[in-house]
Design a protein around this ligand. Structure first.
Ligand SMILES: C[S@@+](CC[C@H](N)C(=O)[O-])C[C@H]1O[C@@H](n2cnc3c(N)ncnc32)[C@H](O)[C@@H]1O
Length: 235
């Protein structure tokens, strides 16, 4: 089901049942991975976040065809969704598979992974909740694993920090490959995977998101959200 957002600064209008683990995929594409997982785990809830409208519709059609009722899809920018719209400490697992690597240095600020996303991610994950990450892009993998994640202990910080611990990534067979992954693996490309667990830490509030236009993660979508997204209701 496609989620319609009527107020981009309030939590999603979905009545998530706290007793059912919530799993979220960023950039879910047409939903090969997430709809497969939703079918296999009817006792969990699933939310895909995807900015391309055509892929959102493909995801939705897949759910209808396979009679999957525990998966939703949202057409929205991922950082914004994590910052404002997901329940606090309500997400069990976040999947980020094959995010756009933005290889040119001048475009690195468009990358999803960075201090803002990691801050919002910890705020949304339950303690013990996980981030699963995979990419075919070795430089992006090194950037995420070596530069983005803060060290486990940061005693000198005065501002509460997100706390993560690196863990073994989940094992995924061909039935759990994404669309891009299926293509990349078919070409014999190496795939790099990593995972982290949210650890207990001092909680914090997320202040209103202020991102300079040149630092916006995706081509002005945050800036335009109030005007444009709401007029382009995908339902
Ligand atoms: C390279 S594709 C990978 C798609 C899918 N994860 C897969 O592995 O087949 C990246 C996807 O993420 C979406 N995307 C990229 N940045 C996004 C963002 N900031 N918010 C929401 N979706 C995003 C793109 O539209 C695209 O569908």
């Amino acid at each position: 089901m496609i989620v319609t957002v009527t107020d981009p600064c309030r939590p999603l209008p979905i009545d998530f049942d706290a007793a059912r683990p919530l799993e979220v995929e960023v950039g879910c594409g047409k939903g090969r991975f997430l709809t497969g997982r939703a079918a296999a785990h009817p006792d969990h809830d699933f939310l895909g976040i995807e900015r391309m409208l055509g892929r959102v519709h493909s995801f939705d059609e897949k759910c209808r065809r396979l009679k999957i009722s525990n998966a939703h899809v949202l057409r929205l920018e991922a950082l914004y969704t994590f910052w404002y719209l997901l329940p606090a400490h309500g997400v069990q697992t976040v999947y980020v598979f094959f995010p756009d690597p933005w290889p040119k240095r001048k475009h690195h600020s468009h990358r999803l992974f960075g201090p803002l996303f990691l801050r919002a991610l910890w705020k949304r994950l339950v303690v013990g909740g996980r981030l699963e990450f995979a990419t075919d892009h070795e430089e992006y993998f090194r950037f995420v694993t070596e530069e983005c994640f803060p060290p486990y202990e940061r005693p000198a910080d005065t501002v509460p920090q997100p706390v993560y611990r690196r863990v073994e990534p989940m094992a995924r067979g061909p039935e759990a490959w994404t669309e891009f992954e299926t293509r990349f693996r078919g070409q014999g490309l190496p795939i790099f995977s990593a995972a982290w667990e949210a650890r207990p830490g001092t909680d914090y509030e997320l202040p209103p998101l202020t991102v300079a236009p040149e630092d916006e993660p995706r081509e002005g979508i945050v800036r335009r959200i109030g005007k444009r997204f709401l007029q382009e209701d995908p339902a």
